[in-house]
Design a protein around this ligand. Structure first.
Ligand code: PDD
Length: 287
């Protein structure tokens, strides 16, 4: 549990880290966020995450009264105060607190709300899980039409993930009306076909352009593996040689079962494991 959480200029003890009921994050999910991995006290791909945060803010036309370049200092201090060595940091910016109205409040009268907290996560547990691999279920993609923006409006993803858990799986792979897998509830979805080609959905408005996904593309080049950003169907996924998910919270995590179909005889695939093993060698680490 985080002991100290940053809320609008103050480092608050956990129990006092409160938002006003009329914060627009609570009323409208009028907020965007980022999750950055902390490894050995350092931040993994922080700049790319903060660039994406800026993009999300621009897409929802949220103008902050604070300079975004102050965020890395607050992140550092939050990690320090919570003594997190391995885990993640969560950053959220909402359009501030104002009387409920669908129309934006005036920027000069309504400061944006910035929240930052850091959590520890045991990397050994995740590594152990990666050896075994995870099960995913397929689930209709019921999200709004702009999941490329990392907003806190996550109810469709919450319901999909919950359904996965209730069915003994760890993630839901979302599919559209054409039975194309877009991505996971909170991760990008990948398959490897018989030609050892890595395939993931194109980074258009239907998915979040994952930072880990970008990293894996870089790795594919390093390893001389072919990759292709193209749509793939549920059917194709079930015929895949390997499958995996990517996200800052679990890096490259092999998938060994999709619905009732086992992948790679129910074992974590060698390409997925290799990508996981070398991921940090090529990531940008901020000390
Ligand atoms: N989610 N797609 C979705 C819908 C996501 O929510 C995430 C990450 C990703 C992977 O993005 P990245 O590689 O940049 O972490 C893809 C975070 C971890 C979360 O909401 O907790």
């Amino acid at each position: 549990m985080s002991r100290t959480i940053y809320v609008n200029g103050c480092y608050q003890p956990y129990n006092n880290a409160l938002l006003h009921v009329e914060d627009r994050a609570t009323l409208f999910a009028d907020a965007v966020y980022e999750v950055v991995e902390i490894k050995a006290g350092n931040l993994v791909d922080q700049d790319a995450h903060l660039e994406r945060l800026e993009r999300s803010l621009n897409e929802i036309k949220l103008v902050t009264d604070f300079a975004l370049h102050t965020i890395p200092f607050i992140i550092r201090e939050t990690i320090r105060r919570n003594r997190v060595k391995n885990g993640y940091v969560y950053i959220q910016v909402s359009r501030g607190c104002a009387q409920r109205d669908f129309v934006f409040p005036k920027t000069n009268e309504t400061p944006a709300t910035l929240i930052i907290f850091a959590r520890s996560k045991n990397p050994l547990k995740l590594d152990k899980k990666s050896k075994k691999g995870i099960k995913v279920i397929t689930h209709p993609d019921l999200r709004w039409k702009r999941p490329d923006i990392k907003t806190t409006g996550l109810l469709a993803s919450v319901l999909a993930r919950q359904t996965a858990i209730e069915q003994g799986a760890e993630e839901a792979w979302l599919y559209n009306k054409d039975k194309i897998i877009t991505e996971g509830a909170a991760s990008n979805a990948w398959i490897v076909n018989n030609q050892n080609e890595l395939i993931t959905h194109p980074a258009n408005q239907s998915i979040l352009k994952g930072i880990t996904r970008e990293g894996v593309m870089q790795l594919a080049k390093e390893l001389n593996l072919k990759f292709s950003e193209r749509p793939f169907s549920i059917e194709e996924a079930k015929e895949a040689k390997e499958a995996f998910i990517t996200a800052a919270t679990n890096l490259v995590m092999p998938v060994t079962q999709i619905d009732e179909k086992t992948v790679n005889d129910g074992k974590s695939g060698p390409i997925s494991l290799k990508l996981r093993e070398i991921f940090h060698e090529f990531a940008q680490i901020s000390h």
